[in-house]
Design a protein around this ligand. Structure first.
Ligand code: FEO
Length: 426
């Protein structure tokens, strides 16, 4: 959408103008008019939109991302997180629409990774009186990244900071996904500012989940799969800890993507994903040399689908691996196919399993298959790698050279048996 086309259509002018606050809508963007995104009274989104980010850390981000920072204006003024280097001016412009950034009293650094702390050197030159709050690991990481003599107050779970009428409470979220991560909970408004957890890489002029629709959950699933899944047991502990603390959450405001204004949905999803629960689905991935393994993959996928189980087929050479991992999180069984090359698995399959090893989704089953010539090796290597990742291994299927009609029927039946495993899984 172009700024000009987006600046007028469909706005409820009287409502927004009278309240001096415009709840951000895609049809009401920065067309020269000052815009404020308010989560609750005195709580503003002041982040930045990175429309053209196409790779972040370890996976493709075809929809870009946002770096969400939140400004709380009370007797004291607090900024929760900042933005990536290069987006400082976008954030400062949004802050200036609300207050003079020199008046910021506190900068809460929920996470020192550069996409959230990169603006701090420039910000600290403007917000000269600001004190920084971070975990012990956050303080160390800020020093190791920037070598600046900032005043950093160390906080831990349960510590509180009064801003006047509003109170911030800090909750360690260590290893979700770095040692330094923490959540900041705004008690009076029941807003959990969770940094990376519950995030998703999606650039949009909409700020709230119910404005974006299903794409928000699509990107949150992919984000969980690639960034958070490895720490599933910690997610489970953290969800229980928050429940035991009796914290009521009306809104979850992460540092990437949409704000969850109906947080039950994403909380339930994190609980489900981190326990390894999945739908009646299987994901089939493969690479192929002379199309024999591809022929097998297609028949196996047909066999799975014939039992009423949803199956998606991915060629590893042409598919987005982040999208595949999202599918793995949503599937009960992962099926991996590789031809044998030099007595081992194909390099792309080896690369994918290395990527998967860094994610290790819990409570999944796996089956392997492949074509070989005069010597085997791919299935053996794939089973070894998947077993080390704690996948429950199902039977494998190997075929010499090119599968004939009988062997293709065998592939189909192999797929049907995988489907029965999916169905038995719940
Ligand atoms: Fe969004 Fe761990 O940084």
């Amino acid at each position: 959408m172009s700024p000009s086309s987006a600046s007028t259509a469909g706005m409820n002018e009287s409502c927004c103008e009278s309240e001096k606050i415009i709840r951000f809508k895609a049809n009401a963007i920065y067309g020269g008019k000052k815009m404020k995104v308010e989560l609750a009274k005195g709580v503003y989104w002041v982040g930045a939109i990175d429309w053209n980010l196409r790779f972040c850390g370890s996976y493709n981000t075809p929809r870009g991302t946002t770096y969400n920072a939140y400004l709380i204006v009370d007797d004291k003024i607090a900024l929760i997180d900042t933005v990536k280097t290069g987006f400082e001016d976008e954030m400062l412009k949004r802050i200036r629409e609300i207050v003079d950034p020199a008046k910021i009293d506190y900068i809460i650094c929920n996470h020192a990774e550069m996409d959230h702390s990169g603006a701090m050197p420039k910000l600290m030159e403007v917000a000269k009186k600001a004190e920084v709050y971070a975990t012990r690991a956050g303080k160390d990481t800020l020093w190791e990244h920037y070598r600046k003599d900032w005043k950093v107050e160390v906080v831990k779970t349960g510590d509180e900071l009064s801003l006047g009428e509003k109170t911030l409470m800090f909750i360690s979220a260590s290893m979700l996904h770095w040692p330094d991560n923490m959540f900041t909970y705004l008690k009076e408004d029941r807003i959990l500012m969770s940094n990376d957890a519950f995030g998703g890489h999606i650039a949009t002029h909409y700020r709230f989940e119910d404005e974006v629709g299903p794409l928000a959950m699509v990107e949150a699933t992919k984000y969980f799969a690639v960034i958070v899944s490895l720490y599933s047991s910690i997610v489970q502990k953290k969800l229980k800890e928050i429940k035991d603390m009796g914290i009521a959450i009306d809104m979850i405001a992460p540092a990437h993507g949409v704000i969850w204004n109906h947080p039950g949905k994403i909380l339930a999803a994190y609980d489900r994903w981190s326990r390894g629960e999945a739908g009646r689905k299987a994901a089939v991935v493969f690479d192929t040399m002379w199309h024999s393994t591809e022929l097998m993959a297609r028949e196996i996928t047909r066999g799975i689908a014939s039992e009423g189980v949803e199956a998606r087929l991915f060629n590893l050479r042409t598919s987005d691996w982040g999208e595949i991992l999202k599918e793995v999180i949503e599937s009960r069984v992962l099926v991996v196919g590789s031809p044998t090359l030099n007595m081992g698995m194909y390099p792309t399959v080896g690369g994918f399993l290395t990527f998967l090893k860094g994610i290790r989704p819990p409570n999944k089953k796996a089956a392997t298959f492949g074509s070989y010539g005069w010597g085997k090796g791919a299935v053996r290597d794939m089973n070894k790698a998947l077993g080390e990742m704690k996948f429950e291994l199902l039977p494998s299927l190997e075929i010499k050279y090119i599968p004939d009609e009988n062997e293709l029927t065998g592939c189909y039946e192999f797929g049907r048996e995988i489907a029965r495993e999916v169905i038995r899984g719940g």
